[in-house]
Write a protein that binds this ligand. Structure first.
Ligand SMILES: [Zn+2]
Length: 207
C-alpha cells in the first residue's frame, strides 16, 4: 500500500493483534511515522490555580509533541481537509483509550466552523480508532482562542454548553491539541458543575 503521508509504496505491518474486533494495519511508512515524537511532557495546571477552573480537570494525557512533522500533518489534515489522514494515529489512539472507563466526549466544533472545514476532525480521529463517543457539549462561542490573552481566555464566558443530562460518573474529554488548556478547562468545568465525578482529558498533541 501507499503511505498516506509521502505516497511511497510500503509493506504495512499490523500494529497489534490483541483485540479481535479491532485490528488495523499502519497507514504510513515507518520513515514518516518516526518523525512524530511521543510526548513526555507532564501537564501542569498552574495557570488555573486560584481561578474557578482549579481542580476541574483530573489528568491530561497528550500523546505527541508538536514538531515540524506534526505541524505539516495538522495542516494537511485540518486545512487541506484530507479526512483519510485520521487513520495515521488510529493505533496510538486506540491504545491510549484502551481499558479506560468513562464516556468519551470530543471537544465540539462550532457549526459554522464545521461548514468551513467540511468534517469534524476531532470526531474523525476517534472514529478511525474505533473509539465510541458521545456529543454532550455544544460550542457556543466562535471567537478564536488564539487571538486572546491568557487572562481573557480564563475570564471568557463558557465556550460550550452541556446539551444533555450529565451523570455522576467518569468522563474523558478528547481534543486534537492541548495548548493553553483553556478549552479543556472550560469543558471540564461544565461537566463537573453538571455532576460528573471525574474528568480526564486525552489530546493527540501537546502544543
Ligand atoms: Zn511515508
Amino acid at each position: 500500500m501507499n503511505c498516506l503521508l509521502c505516497g511511497t509504496n510500503f509493506q504495512p505491518a499490523p500494529t497489534w493483534r490483541r483485540l479481535f474486533l479491532y485490528e488495523k494495519e499502519s497507514s504510513t511508512c515507518n520513515r514518516c511515522f518516526c518523525k512524530f515524537t511521543k510526548s513526555n511532557a507532564t501537564i501542569q495546571f498552574d495557570d488555573f490555580k486560584g481561578t474557578r477552573y482549579e481542580g476541574v480537570v483530573d489528568t491530561v494525557t497528550s500523546l505527541y509533541a508538536y514538531n515540524e512533522a506534526m505541524k505539516s500533518y495538522l495542516h494537511q489534515y485540518k486545512f487541506l481537509q484530507d479526512v483519510a489522514l485520521a487513520q495515521v494515529f488510529s493505533a496510538t489512539l486506540h491504545e491510549a483509550f484502551e481499558g479506560k472507563e468513562g464516556i468519551v466526549v470530543p471537544i465540539p466544533m462550532h457549526p459554522e466552523k464545521l461548514v468551513q472545514r467540511t468534517f469534524a476532525q476531532v470526531d474523525e480521529l476517534l472514529n478511525s480508532a474505533g473509539i465510541p463517543f458521545q456529543h454532550l457539549l455544544a460550542k457556543t462561542a466562535t471567537t478564536e482562542q488564539g487571538k486572546k490573552t491568557r487572562k481573557e481566555r480564563l475570564e471568557a464566558s463558557p465556550l460550550f454548553e452541556v446539551t444533555t443530562k450529565i451523570e455522576a460518573r467518569d468522563y474523558i474529554l478528547f481534543d486534537d491539541i492541548y495548548t493553553t488548556g483553556a478549552t479543556i478547562h472550560h469543558a471540564a468545568k461544565l461537566l463537573k458543575d453538571a455532576g460528573a465525578t471525574r474528568v480526564e482529558a486525552i489530546t493527540l498533541i501537546k502544543g
